[in-house]
Write a protein of this length. Structure first.
Length: 172
């Protein structure tokens, strides 16, 4: 009997923890941050990983050798497929906020048509190193895709929101 009571308590605790988090992809503020303009306004930097998008201002790291998507159209194909994908263990964002949530998606989990190519940044702007100005001549087939979510609290506001902070293809 003691074992069954212990198992029941463990089950309730697991249910309570699960109830405190939800699939990051379903959060309205995350959905608003999926496209470059909304993402930059929310504090994300997916634009740094999409060649035909201006990198958001204020980034301190160089885009040199970063992996990226060549067009917003390819990014839209990928993020649309990822948002619709039924995952047994989707990325979980705590309801009350928290640290970054990284999610790695194997490319094999996507339909072939949704596996967009990746590129490597080979040259950056002399004025703003976060802006890639030249892509590698040849694309690569990503082995996996990374999505990183972040809970941001804007200045002067008490509550924050989850956003898609960044996303990029993995070369290896």
């Amino acid at each position: 009997m003691c074992l069954s009571v212990g198992l029941a308590i463990a089950h309730l605790l697991l249910a309570a923890v699960t109830a405190q988090a939800k699939d990051c992809r379903t959060i309205p503020s995350v959905q608003h941050s999926l496209q470059p303009a909304g993402n930059a306004a929310a504090g994300g930097h997916i634009g740094k990983h999409i060649f035909d998008v201006q990198a958001p201002p204020g980034l301190n790291s160089s885009a040199l050798n970063n992996t990226m998507y060549d067009t917003t159209a390819h990014w839209t194909t990928l993020i649309t497929a990822f948002q619709a994908l039924v995952l047994p263990h989707p990325p979980q964002c705590a309801v009350a906020g928290g640290g970054n949530v990284a999610f790695i998606l194997p490319s094999a989990d996507l339909a072939q048509a949704d596996r967009v190519p990746g590129y490597e940044c080979t040259a950056v702007s002399a004025v703003y190193a976060a802006q890639c100005i030249t892509l590698s001549a040849h694309s690569f087939a990503p082995v996996r895709y990374a999505f990183v979510y972040k809970y941001v609290i804007p200045a002067g506001v008490q509550d924050g929101n989850w956003i898609l902070l960044t996303a990029y293809p993995y070369m290896y």
